[in-house]
Design a protein around this ligand. Structure first.
Ligand SMILES: [Zn+2]
Length: 460
């Protein structure tokens, strides 16, 4: 089949539906509409945006064990402190003992799957931005790679294993900083997902999955910055990055409790890769019902705070933060962030959402590299959408949504064509193109047009 052939889709030519808006259709003429509009082209999609369920991934969700997460968290918290500057030689206390434990645990998991994981230390000597007079510090991530058929494309999940008592003294590397919630809970989630994926997918997926236990977060995202830069400089394509940080507390210090919902943060603009990843996670949640409802927050992180997805986002990669709904700020970054306050069934549910994104993105072909749109004459109300073929893609879909809609609203199958004429006024919409795999696996959508800042008035 000619992959360059245009698929001309006109099921709803010159008809539009106005969402919450006035719309007057005139026979044989273009309708007059005011407000947010979505043309009747393709099919309407609901909260799942037309994603298809993968039975093996659904089974993997059931493998995720709160007891395993609990065990890992208890061991990490028992190292006393995992401060970036803490002891590296003791076998029972400090960050060195913690990373050797993580390395050994991931190594055991790999042995159990016949060596399917490649486990490595990922060290970097880095200056401390918050202590400029301090000599550079050896910040060591621990990585477990599950190689896919495409070893150049990765989907990343991070949890940070360092801790601090920053509320008292950010540089105190001696006294207890158990960090049971921040972020032994996320670290334990990452290790548990390495176990589950190595069991369910020992031969890997389409993309390579990178389970990354990173360091130096509390000192300025040091380990994740090193990792994001390393991947970027080596030419890896990051299809998605999640920071699983602070994942097990269900009660806030004002007495509110919530063990049924979680938050996903993604940065602006509205068509950013991270926002698209957040949408994808929400769609997967709606499809699989992982036991927790997802509150999407369209903001890079909580106000004045940050975590390990940001170095990826800064390099143009899709990055999100997954985290608990309630936070106990009186316990975070203090000696009181203890094991007894972490709810492990809840942390397991957040891990299930991470698993959905890793599994779905990992099984799907890559998203199209770039998408072009071109206004068609004579009236300019039709647009040609085109993209380059994606290796491993069996087909493509065009998605549409109003600029005021947080969710995709229409999908138009494109078969295996790499271009389509769309009867829709893209001046008023976002459009996206996603790849579809042989078994219905969907990539993230590559969204057009690119956001642009307003033009400055010319000097007169
Ligand atoms: Zn944290």
């Amino acid at each position: 089949m000619d992959r360059n052939a245009s698929a001309r889709i006109r099921p709803g030519a010159l008809r539009t539906v106005a969402l919450g808006a006035a719309c007057v259709a005139l026979a044989a003429m273009a309708p007059l509409c005011i407000g947010a509009q979505v043309p009747i082209v393709g099919h309407a999609v609901g909260a799942t945006a037309g994603l298809a369920k993968d039975p093996t991934l659904a089974l993997a969700l059931h493998d995720i064990s709160p007891a395993n997460i609990r065990h890992t968290d208890s061991v990490l918290a028992a190292f006393g402190t995992r401060h970036t500057l803490s002891d590296t030689t003791s076998s029972t206390r400090g960050i060195g003992a913690a990373r050797r434990y993580v390395y050994a645990t991931l190594g055991t998991i790999s042995t159990q799957c016949g060596g399917c994981l490649r486990v490595e230390y990922d060290p970097a000597m880095v200056p401390l931005p918050r202590a400029p007079n301090h000599p550079p510090v050896n910040v060591v991530n621990v990585l477990a790679w599950l190689p896919g058929r495409d070893t150049n494309r990765v989907v990343v999940l991070t949890g940070h294993y360092d801790s601090c008592r920053c509320a008292l003294d950010p540089m105190d590397s001696v006294n207890d900083a158990p960090g049971a919630d921040d972020d032994a809970s996320g670290t334990a989630d990452v290790i548990e997902l390495a176990r589950v994926f190595s069991h369910r997918f020992p031969k890997g997926l389409h993309a390579t999955i990178l389970f990354a236990v990173v360091a130096g977060e509390e000192q300025g995202l040091l380990g994740s910055t090193h990792l994001a830069t390393r991947l970027h400089d080596a030419g890896y394509r990051v299809s998605g990055d999640m920071s699983d940080d602070i994942d097990g507390n269900v009660s806030s210090d004002n007495g509110h409790t919530d063990s049924t919902s979680m938050r996903i943060y993604s940065g602006d603009p509205d068509n950013s890769p991270g926002r698209e990843l957040a949408r994808y996670a929400g769609e997967l949640g709606a499809l699989y019902h992982p036991g927790i409802s997802i509150l999407e927050v369209y903001r890079i992180d909580r106000i004045g705070r940050g975590t390990d997805h940001e170095p990826f986002v800064a390099l143009g990669e899709p990055g999100i933060r997954t985290t608990e709904r309630m936070e106990a700020l009186d316990r975070q970054h203090s000696p009181n962030d203890v094991f007894s306050h972490v709810n492990f069934p809840y942390a397991a549910n957040i891990a299930r959402v991470n698993a959905l994104v890793l599994g779905a993105l990992g099984a799907a072909p890559a998203a199209p590299d770039s998408v072009r749109i071109q206004r068609l004459p004579p009236y300019g109300l039709q647009w040609r959408v085109s993209w380059q073929p994606v290796p491993g893609a069996a087909g493509y879909e065009v998605l549409l949504r109003s600029t005021t809609s947080p969710k995709w609203q229409r999908v138009i199958p494109a078969g295996d064509s790499t271009a389509m004429v769309v009867d829709a006024q893209l001046d008023d919409l976002w459009a996206g193109v996603r790849s579809v795999g042989t078994h219905g696996e969907r990539s993230l959508a590559t969204v057009v047009p690119e956001a642009r800042p307003p033009r400055r008035p010319t000097q007169r």
